[in-house]
Design a protein around this ligand. Structure first.
Ligand SMILES: [Ca+2]
Length: 323
């Protein structure tokens, strides 16, 4: 019922939204070229019993990424940043696609009805600012102009955050609308590990504070994309270790030649790569930010630390040999 209501609300504000989105849109199509070539995917690492227990998984750690195997990956372009809320809003406005339910809760859907905020009485505006937008200031002393300015500031912050609470189907639909597609699992991993098969996007050693996850988490949880410049891969792609985990194309399947078998393999779950900003519990551990790590979810799942980015084919003239 709420979902239907949100759609009706959105349609009513369509014209206003077009104006608003045009003003707030992320400019350009910022993509990094990943050269084509053979890439070694996965690893042959073997965990001790203590190491597996320490990570808190019920299967041997690393087993999912075994064995290391060569994959031919043609050159491709990948978004340098996770898909942002303002980018996804453009898609929702243009296509009528259902917006994330979380936009009702955090007020971002009001980006599509900005002009109507000016018609609200000051008490309602004050409640919205304090309870929905969680404006970090004493709203009791603000007049209408200041309240609207504070809400606008918050909306522009939300513009830059990665969109979350989107299913695999939502992510696939967005990428198609944008003339792109979801990354293949090998493409995502190559973009993160570079030519040398790095453990983390920045290198082989863990370094606290380089990515948005665990103890170094952004105050609001999810951070505006690119807020952690240290979380950058050799190809200049940001937030592959942290911020939000990312949908990729494939079903969760065993790698070729894998000894490990799981009842979860098959066309049941879609693979998610990278770690989310983390909450309580062991998923905030840095081991989950390893670039070869694989996670999986039902394709219809919508979570507040899962988003995506897109890729597209590189033009033949930009392809470079030697991956
Ligand atoms: Ca990420």
């Amino acid at each position: 019922m709420k979902r239907k209501k949100s759609n009706e609300w959105l349609r009513a504000g369509l014209i206003l939204a077009c104006c608003c989105v045009a003003q707030g849109a992320v400019a350009g199509d910022d993509m990094a070229l990943v050269a084509g070539g053979v890439f070694t995917m996965g690893s042959d690492r073997v965990a001790s019993a203590d190491e597996s227990a320490g990570v808190g998984t019920n299967k041997p750690w690393y087993v999912d990424e075994r064995p290391a195997h060569p994959v031919e990956v043609p050159a491709f372009l990948i978004d340098r940043y996770e898909t942002t809320s303002v980018q996804y809003l453009q898609f929702v406005v243009a296509s009528g696609h259902t917006p994330p339910l979380s936009w009702m809760q955090n007020g971002y859907l009001l980006s599509a009805r900005r002009q109507e905020l000016t018609k609200l009485d000051i008490e309602r505006l004050r409640r919205l600012a304090a309870k929905t937008f969680k404006v970090d200031a004493d709203t009791r002393a603000m007049d209408k102009k200041k309240l609207l300015a504070a809400i606008d500031t918050r909306l522009r912050e939300l513009d830059k955050e990665p969109v979350t609470n989107v299913s695999w189907q939502d992510a696939t639909a967005y990428c198609a609308w944008a003339g792109k597609r979801l990354p293949k699992e090998a493409e995502w991993e190559k973009a993160a590990r570079g030519r040398d098969g790095l453990e983390f996007p920045w290198g082989n050693q863990w370094a606290a504070g380089r990515s948005n996850a665990g103890e170094e988490m952004w105050d609001d949880g999810v951070a505006p994309v690119g807020s952690y410049p240290g979380d950058k891969s050799p190809y200049g792609v940001y937030d592959l270790a942290g911020n939000v985990a990312e949908w990729v194309q494939e079903w969760y399947q065993a790698y070729p030649g894998a000894e490990y078998q799981s009842k979860d393999f098959g066309e049941k779950f879609k693979v998610v790569r990278g770690a989310g900003w983390g909450r309580e519990g062991h998923y905030a551990m840095h081991q989950f930010q390893r670039a070869a790590y694989r996670f999986y979810l039902p394709p219809e799942a919508t979570l507040d630390d899962v988003g995506f980015r897109c890729v597209k084919e590189a033009a033949a003239k930009t392809a470079q040999p030697g991956g």
